[in-house]
Unconditional design. Structure first.
Length: 379
């Protein structure tokens, strides 16, 4: 267990109140909030840092719940994106005094932990997983702050096939939980839009050798290659596409719309596109101020999905304030009725905990910079 050290100290918080002419000491209640993700990965660490920033901001206001002074702390755990470790961590959080969990970061870990939190009645807000399977089983404890991959790929496929006429699609995935499910979804949506799946295959999730799939792509001549896998592999594939001198468009997913991704892949051309589950965050009110605060606090650039961890913490604490309670069951009920305007956009949930009216952005590359090509709002 790791408790993150925060800027404020308990001594700075109110600890006394008047009663019958004298002072009665009121102890400050420590309120843990769980955070779980693969902390060796830069995106999860950025999310953890943004969660810390949100907690520090709240604690500066000397919050009170049901008349008692409270001090929020982040209880972080490294799940290493491993389902077995994830189960252990989920049970640890259940047996702790945490009022909710911001996590997990990867879809496989998020879905693995969900039934454990649901059985115990502990709020789970996932800041980075956009797998539809997270909210598919109608767990009352599950809240998805991003739009689902299924809905995002549906609007993307319709646009790419019908409007851009990219009808012949080659589908490639990394064989992992999220990769294969996204490949399944896109395949179905391409067919529904009148397109054709000319070939589909999987690669090992750790490989950097894309010669075999690209040689096959040269043979079948697709209009579009879709790859659903880890960010580092997306970069390798993008570089190799140019080596094969193919004019085929490439669609990738995940946390690729960053300067860090572009630096790692060096020069790739405008054949590369990416679909992400958000509106262009750089245009959101408050995003520039948040990025500045993050940079001042951690001396680093805040990566895009970290803003969702920041909003997740503020959302959970806002629910506690609205309910005027730290009771786990009351927090669940309150979150289902919440309408919250976060830095990342409006946040409200349907009965299954899925985000209402999610938005997605299709990005493309122009002069070595990511630019929004189209913004979609799913029903």
């Amino acid at each position: 267990m790791v408790y993150v050290a925060l800027v404020l100290t308990l001594a700075a918080l109110p600890t006394a109140s008047h009663a019958e002419g004298g002072l009665v000491e009121q102890p400050v209640r420590i309120v843990p909030i769980g955070f779980a993700g693969p902390l060796s990965e830069i995106n999860a660490r950025s999310g953890r840092n943004a969660a810390i920033l949100a907690i520090e901001e709240v604690n500066k206001s000397s919050p009170r719940i049901n008349g008692q002074s409270v001090f929020f702390e982040l209880m972080e755990q490294d799940d290493k994106a491993d389902p077995r470790i994830t189960e252990y961590i989920a049970r640890y959080f259940v047996n702790s005094k945490a009022i909710g969990v911001v996590g997990h970061w990867t879809s496989n870990a998020t879905v693995t932990a969900a039934p454990i939190y649901n059985e115990a009645g502990l709020v789970q807000i996932s800041p980075a997983s956009w797998s539809r399977r997270f909210t598919q089983k109608s767990y009352r404890t599950a809240f998805q702050i991003l739009g689902s991959d299924d809905a995002g790929l549906a609007v993307a496929a319709d646009y790419l096939v019908r409007e851009l006429q990219l009808r012949r699609v080659f589908i490639l995935d990394d064989g992992a939980y999220l990769g294969t499910s996204m490949a399944d979804y896109l395949s179905a949506h391409v067919k529904a839009a009148g397109g054709e799946i000319v070939y589909r295959m999987s690669v090992n999730g750790k490989t950097s050798d894309f010669n075999a799939p690209l040689q096959k792509a040269q043979q079948v001549k697709p209009d579009l290659i879709f790859f659903s896998g880890r960010v580092i592999q997306s970069g390798v594939l993008a570089r190799n596409l140019q080596r094969f001198q193919m004019s085929t468009k490439l669609l990738i997913t995940g946390t690729v719309v960053t300067d860090n991704f572009l630096q790692n892949v060096e020069k790739i051309d405008s054949t590369v596109m990416a679909i992400v589950p958000s509106t262009p965050l750089e245009k959101r009110p408050g995003m520039a101020a948040l990025q500045k605060k993050y940079a001042e606090r951690f001396n680093a650039e805040m990566l895009p999905f970290a803003a969702y961890a920041y909003d997740s913490v503020h959302l959970l604490i806002a629910a506690a304030k609205k309910a005027n309670s730290l009771d786990r069951g009351k927090l669940i009920d309150t979150l289902h009725d919440m309408k919250y305007n976060g830095v990342t956009g409006p946040i409200a949930f349907d009965a299954n905990g899925a985000l209402l009216k999610p938005s997605y952005t299709l990005y493309g590359l122009e002069q070595q910079k990511w630019v929004p090509l189209r913004v979609f709002t799913a029903k």
